[in-house]
Design a protein around this ligand. Structure first.
Ligand SMILES: [Mn+2]
Length: 345
């Protein structure tokens, strides 16, 4: 079994949950179907066990998630830091770094929480949360946090999920697996099949329409993408000037509309195994996001970004990071490490 190494941690987590009455679930940034679908299902299971549960987000719910079923029960808590003392346990869902949960408020919030009562459920490459709370951090390489949650909590509980819960988990799985297009993990199809048997509606879950702005962004982005065949790389560099242009065209949250571009262009063009977006955060830091082809021999952009001076994480083939400095330096460092890595491979 692929969770064997987690047996002791699972015991710790269950002990903590069993002795808790009031539980707080915090979802990760970016807000996506996996963190939301898992949080809603987890809340349902805990309610069944007579626990009182609140779900909060430190990030505003993005427009494409406002129609997710059940999203109304997730409270955006930007203006007010919750009273952590009133909860026996705090569960962080679908993220591996503190910043994914607490954003700008990080220091202030963490100081107010007893780390002994934090649980982390996640499937990303382990980050600073695992280091801080190794005893209660359930982190495994699965398709989605939804799958980890289903296999470690729902199935052992013997509680039958409703079609609604099956839908939440199925939407989470579809999103994190790119409709079964990305890397395949053990048990993934089995998990999907069980959700269908429990009432998830495949046609309904697949019936996704893109926002028109996604197409407009894609057209803009393709025109601004450099195709670098020597690196097998498509690179979109969005400097300060282009950031302002995007804000004018799509509003402040323009990056909410980049999914169609990422799905269609990054790692999808023959000869271009890697897709990278570099963005100026306009605060002296640069953001990177990448995707790597899942098939064949590829280099790890996560490692390469770290060697280029980024703090980077996520998954091997789809992740992100941050660089302190100028976008020109970020680009130069990345390409330099790219060259080195390609020469070695
Ligand atoms: Mn996820």
């Amino acid at each position: 079994m692929y969770y064997l190494h987690l047996a002791k941690i699972l015991d710790n987590v269950n002990d903590l949950l069993n002795s808790s009455k009031n539980i707080l679930i915090i979802v990760s940034k970016p807000i996506d179907p996996d963190c939301i679908g898992t949080a809603l299902s987890l809340s349902w299971l805990l309610n069944k066990k007579n626990k009182s549960v609140d779900i909060i987000s430190f990030t505003k719910i993005p427009p494409e998630m406002t129609s997710f079923p059940g999203i109304d029960t997730v409270t955006y808590t930007k203006l007010k830091i919750p009273n952590f003392q009133s909860y026996n346990t705090i569960i962080l869902v679908d993220g591996c770094d503190w910043t994914q949960f607490f954003g700008d408020e990080l220091e202030k919030v963490l100081a107010a929480i007893d780390k002994k009562k934090i649980i982390n459920l996640d499937h990303h490459m382990p980050g600073d949360i695992l280091k801080a709370i190794p005893e209660t951090c359930l982190n495994a390489m699965t398709s989605s946090t939804a799958q980890l949650f289903f296999e470690l909590f729902i199935e052992p509980s013997k509680i039958k999920i409703t079609p609604q819960i099956a839908e939440y988990l199925y939407l989470a799985l579809l999103y994190d697996s790119g409709n079964f297009k990305y890397e395949l993990y053990p048990g993934q199809y089995c998990f999907a099949d069980k959700l269908i048997a429990a009432g998830a509606d495949h046609a309904k879950a697949m019936d996704i329409n893109y926002d028109k702005k996604e197409i407009d962004f894609m057209v803009w982005a393709v025109e601004h993408t450099e195709f670098l065949p020597e690196y097998k790389l498509s690179l979109l560099t969005i400097n300060k000037e282009l950031t302002l242009e995007l804000q004018k065209l799509f509003g402040k949250n323009w990056s909410d509309f980049d999914k169609f571009y990422k799905e269609t262009i990054e790692r999808q063009i023959k000869g271009y195994n890697y897709g990278i977006i570099l963005m100026d955060n306009m605060d002296g830091s640069i953001r990177v996001g990448w995707r790597t082809r899942n098939y064949g021999n590829t280099i790890s952009i996560a490692d390469l970004a770290c060697r280029s001076g980024f703090k980077a994480g996520g998954h091997r083939n789809a992740g992100g990071g941050k660089f302190e400095g100028t976008i020109e330096d970020a680009r130069e460092h990345l390409l330099r490490e790219f060259k080195k890595a390609l020469n070695k491979s």
